[in-house]
Design a protein around this ligand. Structure first.
Ligand code: NAP
Ligand code: ZN
Ligand code: ZN
Length: 360
């Protein structure tokens, strides 16, 4: 018989997990493996709440295995390292993002693109190499292979920097890969949530001219003044969309729910790129005509490799890019998730894990 989450490993651990598709999280005790030769063990300080955590907790992508313990924007302090660990020592601040494993030998892994490895192991809800399921950052501590652990830059805040581990790399990577990181590029960001607001900050740091396309008119002032976006368009307003026809080199679409795509294609220049990073439950519908008329490109992007994630953290530290956060106690997590669903967060919830997660 398979062992229970509490007894499969030697080290006791606790956190908050969802048990079924209601997605409601409650206290959960489990266990974590002993520190292996290449492992880094760390106490969790902060963990961001990504919309993917909601998708997973409610099994919206049909791939969740319960209990599911979310959290992949994890910042902590090292408490133990394995004999063969080279990059870290006890007391270092570290981060873990969406990945804790990959095959290490495929073409993607060989090119530092672990997020495209067909055998990637996500930080939570995935079988690890030893067959036991991974548990994420809504928990007291964690252990991960050092390859998947990020060095935390000295001047990067631990709390408002945490969301960079998913929201940050997921927007930084496509901006770079699709050439939208050049001064003067006209970049659109669809959906001003956790990913979207960080996308605006990175695009501005690259020198782009940034247009926010949002369904929330109330976010206009903050977008223009707080986030320093150059333009703000209410995407549901056909007149405002019309005024932006053929104006953008590329769009990063961060929307978490189904929404009309054709209007977004119309605001792209010829050969413009629409890059999906948001993952709505349902497939999208596009008429080929709107692609043909202008040779427009529709594509997608998944987080980023470990090397690029480190580069992104260092860039963020240098350019002062952090998330705008609301720091919350652990027992607020269900309310926070309800508010994320209503787009009622400016712009990322971060759980103050070390100070508020109570031992069972
Ligand atoms: P979030 O904070 O909830 O932001 C999503 C934003 O989308 C909302 O703030 C809202 O912005 C807009 N939106 C929500 N519902 C909408 C609707 N029905 N129609 C139009 N716009 C709507 O979520 P997030 O954490 O940024 O994550 C966004 C998506 O990216 C999720 O699907 C998540 O799973 C996915 N994701 C993907 C990757 C990847 O590797 N590709 C990594 C992380 C996350 P406005 O109010 O401005 O309209
Ligand atoms: Zn995420
Ligand atoms: Zn691989």
């Amino acid at each position: 018989m398979a062992k229970s989450p509490e007894s499969e490993h030697p080290i006791k651990a606790y956190g908050y997990a969802a048990r079924d598709t209601s997605g409601v999280l409650s206290p959960f005790t489990f266990s974590r493996r002993a520190t292996g030769d290449k492992d880094v063990r760390f106490k969790i300080l902060y963990c961001g709440i990504c919309h993917s955590d909601l998708h997973f907790a409610k099994n919206e992508w049909g791939m969740s295995t319960y209990p599911i313990l979310p959290g992949h924007e994890i910042v902590g302090v090292v408490t133990e390292v394995g004999n063969k660990v080279e990059k870290f020592k006890v007391g270092d601040n570290v981060g873990v993002g969406c990945l804790v494993g990959s095959c290490g030998s495929c073409q993607s892994c060989a090119n530092d693109l672990e997020s495209y490895c067909p055998k990637q192991i996500l930080t939570y809800g995935f079988p690890y190499h030893d067959g036991t399921y991974t548990y994420g950052g809504y928990s007291d501590h964690m252990v991960a292979d050092e390859h998947f652990v990020l060095r935390w830059p000295e001047n990067l805040p631990l709390d408002s920097g945490a969301p960079l581990l998913c929201a940050g790399i997921t927007t930084y990577s496509p901006l770079r890969y699709f050439g939208l990181d050049k001064p003067g590029m006209k970049v659109g960001v669809v959906g001003l949530g956790g990913l979207g607001h960080v996308a605006v900050k990175f695009a501005k740091a690259f020198g782009a001219e940034v247009t926010v396309l949002s369904t929330s008119p109330a976010k206009k002032q903050e977008a223009l003044e707080g986030l320093k976006a150059d333009h703000f368009i209410v995407s549901k307003d056909p007149e405002q969309m019309q005024s932006a026809t053929n104006s953008l080199d590329g769009i990063i679409d961060t929307v978490s729910a189904s929404h009309p795509i054709e209007p977004l294609l119309s605001v792209l220049k010829p050969a413009g790129k629409l890059v999906f990073v948001g993952v709505p439950e349902k497939p999208i519908e596009i008429s080929t005509y709107s692609l043909i008329m202008g040779r427009k490109i529709v594509t997608g992007s998944a987080t980023g490799g470990l090397k690029e994630t480190q580069e992104m953290l260092d860039f963020a530290a240098k350019h002062g890019v952090t998330a705008d956060i609301e720091l919350i106690p652990m027992d607020y997590v269900n309310t926070a998730m309800d508010r994320v669903l209503k787009s009622d967060v400016r712009y990322r919830f971060v759980i103050d894990v070390a100070n508020t997660l109570k031992a069972p």
